[in-house]
Design a protein around this ligand. Sequence first.
Ligand code: BES
Ligand code: ZN
Ligand code: ZN
Length: 490
Amino acid sequence: MLNLKTGDLYKLKADAVIIPVCEDSEIHANSAVVSIINHTGTAKEFKGAKNDELTLFDLPGLKIPRIIFLGIGKIKTIDSESLRAFCGKSIKKCIRKKLENILIAAPSSGRLGMETKEILEPMLEGAFLGNHVFDKYKNEKKNRPVEKVGLFVEPEVMINFSGLPSQVETVCKGTVLAREWISIPSNYKKPEQLAKDMAVKAGKENLKVRVFDDQKLKRLGFGAILAVAAGSRSKPRLLILEYAPKGAKKTIALVGKGITFDSGGINLKPAGSSLEDMKMDMSGAAAVAATLISVAKTKPAVRIIGAIPIVENMPSGDATRPGDIVTGYNGKTIEINNTDAEGRLILADAISYVIKEYKPDILIDVATLTGACVVALGERIAGLFSPDDELAEKIIQSANKTGERCWRMPLPEDYRELIKSEFADISNMSSSKWGGAITAALFLSEFIKDTRWAHIDIAGPAYIKKETDYCGAGGTGFGVRLLCDLIQKL
Ligand code: BES
Ligand code: ZN
Ligand code: ZN
């Protein structure tokens, strides 16, 4: 669907060409684009301010019937994220106008003072991601995705970056896959179903797949996973995906929280806590599974393990009670003082298992873990917790590059006090009502041993109620582009 196009703009065919125009400077060097821009000389209202729009139809000599000039704002404000947003918005406009084949003129590197790849990659991402429409459950499919999107570039750019569109597509398909898993309602993704769907899709990419069912989880002693699953009619699963290229010297483990619905359990979530959005509590699982499926295609030289516990958290006569004590996979006893702090429980067991069986060099977990993290950082930035400065720095770099922003949070030793239990080795609930994102991360750290580790709390950015420039309402697929970029660096 994505490609690069070059040549004589007056001869190319498309339904429309979109030209980003800057408010205060010229951002195109391509003569064909410049000559078209000159047509706007008479349109005094069009200044190129952000979201200014001007469409010209059937310009003499052009085969493309629509030229859409879109303002992108002041040149100083242009960065990779604004280019991603620009292309996402452009595609959404074209979807509404029912255009099938469009071109977007890419600004020139020299004019923006950015590397060519720094311009093209986010533009391609924004175009691909903005073109995703989730209408699985609508009878009337009003919005059809645009069929073909080309970036119009200069000839040498076309030669040097011919492979880029398909690379971007591979990773962004992962994001879209994660988005869809997240947006599917909980009645269509019971743990058995979701585990199977992930396993089938991973199997198609030749990943090694193992699925542990409830019987096996019982036999092997996954007490924390089973405790969370106890209240639901649906049985838990632990999905293990493995990408193992020949000659790999390093192992990276990714662990993703897969709660297909988080009611809170016996500590039922109160009205006003957006229970209807709690289908998204498996966003970490979706990000990990989709990342493994993407790397199976991009083929980095490291071994990658994906460990994905999938459970539904429900109240019932069989549910775990507040105050119950269970024994986790690593033998630690845990007092469950709040059944709504279930994510750390299933992660603890999955982490213990991965460390024991695969001895990873690096372990990263991704989870919609705490409302407290959303209070701290809002809905667009994830919390990053790691005792390892080098690993944290690499994650921040990938976060800044991909626009999947992370902010590093502290892991203060003295806060460990707060998760001590009177009766068991540890409590799943802090004794303080403050700093919940930190105490949740500290809880996980108790299961890590000396493995290099980072925890990413994505409770804020995993899901949106209203569409943004390159994402529709629902799951955002946050984490897939970040992890794919990071893996290349490790
Ligand atoms: N799944 C929630 C966290 C969450 C909240 C995700 C809002 C997305 C949006 C998690 O399981 C949870 O309920 N956490 C509790 C922990 C508390 C009981 C210690 C929370 O954050 O309130
Ligand atoms: Zn919960
Ligand atoms: Zn949860």
